[in-house]
Design a protein around this ligand. Sequence first.
Ligand code: ZN
Length: 150
Amino acid sequence: MIKLVVTFAGKFKAMKPTHIEHIGIAVKSLQESIPYYEDILGLKCYAIEEVADQKVKTAFFMVGQTKIELLESTDPEGPIGKFVEKKGPGVHHIAFAVEDVQQMLDHAAEKGVQLIDKTPRKGAEGLEIAFLHPKSTQGVLTEFCQHPKE
Ligand code: ZN
């Protein structure tokens, strides 16, 4: 019998993500996109919020403990505006729920990952967020999210 022992001890020092917090999807228009999620998938949009800092309006749907975050640009020069212009609407990023964003950033930086944010900033729903650069993450823009500590 072959016993396979794989150990990552020593390679990963940070706390691993607990779940996918949300999937960010770039859309041209919230108004045009929301009916697909509500009428076809049967989800309910429970919040619409503008995040001025990121030049977006967001709409949220809950699926289990994961959210779908639709992102409509409020400025063609904003990150979502540019993304839609270049690639069209579609999946924009994946956000992992973590206990400590700063710890994950430090861990990633230590491993040579290019960071977009060196320290966490405020995202939608009051979460602490930070992004890793897709050049360092096999093309998937990666976000870390931390719920504010009670
Ligand atoms: Zn996000």
